[in-house]
Design a protein around this ligand. Structure first.
Ligand SMILES: [Zn+2]
Ligand SMILES: [Zn+2]
Length: 799
């Protein structure tokens, strides 16, 4: 199946997506399409402008082409204008920014004292939003970006004069809150806090951001208390004392229960607006499973030997084929190197067919300058470019929609991201094609055989856990360094705050006085929102001494061990040395033809049980565990084929992790009764563990790399055959808890994914894991199904 066979020109965009799909699937011998879903077009629902929108704002928006708001925009804006905390959670390009711009800008125009704070997860997105607000040219708003790049000379002007400050949570945490004395005028008058793309605040990072927002609320209240000057003229309504809380307006991608997630993030009651009333073109959505490769009968199956054609190759061929048809296509690929492989493979195939045609395909990734990004976007929209292979850099805030086809290479991890990527396809009034190409991964395998899990199911909830003591304690230290903590503050920071403060006192970080808890040190606590588990490791280019970036301490052994291939903004480096004492990895630029995959060995002990389900021969637990792991070797794998080149040993120290785990035990008698021979128990448990980790993202917004596992035929703490699955972050990030809460559904999907894989003895699409510390040995595919059948037969359904 190559583009070389057929090249047609000029007829592409006019052809229906169904016809295009028919031609694509006709090119393989075995039909790779497992399901086709037709997503119907939707008309938009415009409504009149809310009456409180002042004429000059309305005129400015109309000049920009916004003639009337969609209903969901007006609904969210009305709630926010009434002082209700609101989250608008709708699809890509549904105009969420108007929902917060309307109340924020109307208030700034009506009340010359009011101020607005806007938070985005990235500087680039804040810069885009700045241009949108500044472009309205409204009198007296004076929008300004305030981030790490803002020159010192401009900072004071911004603090004094800007009324619409755009920043990110890191800057709020490192710059604005510690310097709150300089910001008291701004904070006292703060009327709206806008939290854009709030679904990105998940896991440990999300838990940190939740406390940064609580610290912000505390400083707003503090600024009001210490000043005789009046606050905003139109106070936020609500319960007693709520006057001191600015109104939060959050924007989210479509997500499950957005009101609850936004409530956890802000610590406030939040109303959700979720019905998308913007217009959308129809999409034909195909699920595509790359064909099995012919079996090599003479060799015994080797660890991680690919058994299917790789998703990258398949996506590159599809991209070449759609471009050859004259169809404007965007391919999403998970890694930067992968995006480049897809683009270059497609270019080669096209040039073979028609010399010069390859030039109409390009790669796109994060790290490009804004001008370069805009140039590529313009070329694609104009049709100068027909194909673009991108990482998910496009997911955040880039205005590229209305394509004829979108290819998604590998499930992006969440249904929310899937819909966000597919949402790039479909011009209004037009019809488009979206294709999800399954990777060698149990979750991908499950999804292409269970379309109902993609098309019928609600999108997943954003998971975060502000009560994680490893997040709560450092955040309380930051809060105390900003202003002494009082008993009332502890309520603000929620469950576990008192225990965390007591621990900080015992550790001599805080001193208790009659008026509260005081930070004892001169230096501020050093807390990184995005990293965890030890000080970050600097990545330095040896030849130039240039600092390329940092890797958090928890992942350094995996990512920058000697010999590792490390990617930075699309450029590939190889690590020469990892100096753990200095916290520094030395690298040189090199583009080898392989990727590296670290291996570790792990032991685990149970510290305490939080909750359990007793189901006869099966028991299910949630609790704290201590995990000891050591990265001992790494594998080199050929980029194009995934084939293993070799495994090399490493000499790195062991590390400890206290975290949260979910685990189940099955009695040996029940296993024997299900036909699992005693000698096959380890392989069955191990295979079930791998697949269960692979399927966990189905129920929690995590990546399989956030999760670890351990299985054993006899564990000293449980005295039974046991499978453990644990959060890879100190203190847990909420993933294991979520798995415990949905255990029956999670393990049923795990079982189905193994059963439905077409392989014979287990492969990367079902039970093999790319991060297995044991080289995927022993591994029993059929026994894993028997183990899970016993578990599911006993576990109550709603578990
Ligand atoms: Zn398989
Ligand atoms: Zn393993």
């Amino acid at each position: 199946m190559t583009a070389a066979a057929t090249v047609s020109t000029g007829s592409g965009p006019g052809r229906s997506p169904a016809e295009l799909l028919r031609r694509l699937r006709a090119r393989s011998a075995a039909d790779p399409v497992t399901h086709v879903e037709r997503v119907p077009p939707r008309p938009g629902v415009p409504v009149p402008w809310p009456e409180w929108v002042p004429p000059e704002l309305r005129a400015a928006l109309e000049r920009r082409g916004v003639v009337a708001p969609w209903r969901h925009q007006a609904e969210a804006a009305d709630l926010a204008y009434d002082g209700r905390h609101v989250v608008v959670a709708t699809g890509t390009a549904s105009g969420k920014s108007l929902a917060y711009q309307l109340p924020a800008l109307a208030t700034l125009l009506a009340d010359p004292r009011a101020t607005v704070l806007y938070l985005a997860p990235t500087k680039a997105l804040a810069a885009d939003q700045f241009r949108a607000v500044a472009g309205l040219e409204l009198e007296g708003v004076r929008p300004a970006c305030y981030d790490g790049d803002t020159p010192r000379a401009e900072r004071e002007w911004i603090r004094r004069h800007s009324r619409f400050v755009l920043t990110n949570p890191d800057m709020l945490h490192h710059g604005i809150l510690p310097g709150h004395a300089h910001w008291s005028g701004f904070l006292r008058r703060l009327t709206y806090v806008i939290v854009d793309e709030c679904h990105t605040y998940r896991g440990v990072f999300g838990s940190h951001v939740a406390h940064v927002l609580r610290r912000l609320r505390r400083q707003c209240a503090g600024a009001l208390r210490t000043s005789a000057a009046p606050g905003p003229r139109r106070p936020a309504t609500g319960a007693d004392g709520a006057r001191r809380t600015p109104t939060f307006v959050l924007a989210s991608a479509t997500s499950g229960d957005p009101a609850a997630a936004a409530g956890r993030l802000t610590g406030l009651p939040v109303t959700a607006v979720t019905e998308d009333t913007s217009p959308r073109g129809g999409v034909t959505f195909a699920l595509w499973e790359p064909p099995l490769l012919p079996a090599t009968a003479d060799d015994p199956p080797q660890d991680l030997t690919p058994t299917r054609r790789s998703a990258l190759r398949e996506t590159a061929d599809l991209l070449a084929d759609t471009v050859a048809e004259g169809v404007r296509t965007l391919a999403f690929v998970r890694s930067r190197r992968g995006a480049e492989v897809v683009a270059s493979t497609a270019r080669r195939a096209l040039d073979e067919a028609v010399p010069g045609l390859g030039a109409r395909v390009a790669a796109y990734r994060a790290g490009y300058l804004r001008e370069e990004r805009r140039e590529l976007e313009r070329a694609l929209l104009d049709g100068d470019l027909l194909g673009l292979a991108s990482t998910n850099a496009l997911e955040l805030g880039v205005d590229l929609v209305g394509l004829d086809a979108v290819l998604i290479c590998g499930y992006p991890g969440t249904r929310a991201s899937l819909w966000q990527q597919a949402g790039r396809a479909g011009r209004s009034g037009g019809e488009a094609l979206a294709v999800l190409v399954a990777r060698d991964d149990p979750l991908d395998t499950y999804l292409v055989h269970h379309p109902e899990a993609l098309f019928g199911a609600p999108v997943e909830a954003t998971v975060l856990d502000p009560a994680n003591p490893y997040v709560l304690a450092p955040q309380l230290a930051c809060a105390a360094a900003e202003a002494p903590l009082t008993p009332a503050d502890l309520e603000l920071f929620g469950d576990g705050a008192k225990e965390a403060v007591d621990a900080l006192v015992a550790a001599q970080a805080l001193r208790q006085r009659p008026t509260g808890w005081y930070w004892r040190h001169r230096e501020r606590p050093e807390v990184d929102l995005r990293g965890e588990g030890g000080a970050p490791v600097c990545v330095v280019e040896s030849a130039t001494g240039r600092l390329l970036g940092t890797v958090d301490g928890g992942s350094a052994h995996f990512l920058v061990h000697p010999g590792a291939v490390y990617l930075h903004q699309g450029v590939s480096y190889v690590v020469d040395d990892l100096d753990l004492a200095d916290g520094c990895a030395l690298v040189h630029a090199e583009e080898p033809d392989w990727s590296t995959h670290a291996r570790d060995v792990t032991s685990l002990s149970v510290v305490s049980v939080r909750s359990s389900v007793d189901a006869g021969p099966v028991r299910l637990f949630l609790g704290e565990v201590d995990v000891t792991s050591q990265v001992v070797s790494y594998q080199r794998r050929r980029l194009s084929s995934g084939e293993v080149i070799d495994t090399r040993p490493l000499d790195l120290p062991a590390r400890e992790l206290r975290t949260v785990a979910v685990w189940f035990t099955v009695t040996p008698e029940a296993l024997a009764g299900a036909g699992v021979e005693p000698a096959d128990v380890p392989g069955g448990l191990h295979a079930a563990e791998h697949a269960a980790i692979g399927l966990l993202p189905l129920v929690a917004t995590c990546d399989r790399w956030d999760i670890g596992g351990l299985s054993t035929a006899l564990h000293p703490d449980t005295e039974a055959p046991t499978v453990f699955v644990y959060d890879g972050h100190p203190g847990g990030a909420g993933f294991a808890e979520r798995a415990y809460g949905t255990a029956a559904a999670w393990l049923r999907a795990t079982r189905d994914a193994i059963v439905e894989c077409g392989c014979e003895t287990g492969c990367p699409s079902c039970v093999q894991s790319p991060k297995c510390g044991n080289g995927n040995n022993p591994l029993g595919r059929a026994d894993a199904v028997r183990v899970l059948d016993v578990v599911l037969a006993n576990l109550p359904d709603g578990t």
